[in-house]
Design a protein around this ligand. Structure first.
Ligand SMILES: [Zn+2]
Length: 196
């Protein structure tokens, strides 16, 4: 065995280790490979949008539709990038499809929000409870409880501009507990009702 041979082996090993540590988790995050995900999870590399499931079991009343609207809540936009589903504080929100949690936090007018991505699709649940049940980077299965509908008022958010008529800070631009649910395809908001 000569010196060159060992050098090649070393370089090959470095490349292999780098690939395993970096590229595979990256690919797994976007649903291309499944080896990164623990065995006890069901992997859906190509999610079927005809099999999306409703995010709020037992609650199906839509109080605000997707698209342009005339009289939004103060602070909310004229364009509504999702649907509002009437549901009381604490009610369960389940994953519409399997994927990786990519955001948990307070997101302006949407209030406390969680986003899950899988390939070209993502869904977000807003005005949820600040007591997040999942964390960024976590793989969650379709149907799993991922959040609860949040309260109208939330406290301790720095520089929260949203307030109710009594001056108390609110969970984004909202007049009461509900689920704001949105789906994006290729980064563009689509009407969630087209998928159920
Ligand atoms: Zn909404």
């Amino acid at each position: 065995m000569n010196h060159t041979f060992y050098s090649l082996i070393t370089i090959f090993t470095i490349i292999l280790v780098f690939s395993l540590c970096f590229f595979i988790p990256l690919l797994a995050q976007y649903g291309y490979v499944s080896s990164y995900i623990p065995n006890n999870y069901t992997i859906t590399t190509n999610i079927n949008s005809s099999e999306f499931i409703w995010p709020s079991p037992g609650y199906t009343t839509i109080t605000s539709k997707f698209g342009y609207r005339n009289s939004p809540t103060s602070g909310a936009g004229t364009y509504h990038g999702g649907i509002d589903i009437a549901a009381p504080t604490g009610s369960n929100i389940i994953a519409t499809f399997s994927g990786i949690v990519t955001y948990t936090g307070f997101k302006g007018a949407n209030g406390y929000t969680i986003t899950v991505e899988n390939g070209s699709f993502s869904f977000s649940c807003s005005h949820v409870s600040p007591n997040f049940l999942v964390h960024v980077g976590q793989y969650i299965n379709k149907g799993e409880i991922i959040a609860n509908v949040g309260p109208k008022n939330v406290y301790g958010v720095p520089n929260n501009p949203y307030k109710d008529n009594n001056g108390n800070p609110t969970n984004g631009a909202t007049t009461g507990p509900h689920l704001h649910f949105s789906i994006k395809k290729d980064g563009k908001a689509v009407n969630p009702l087209d998928y159920f």
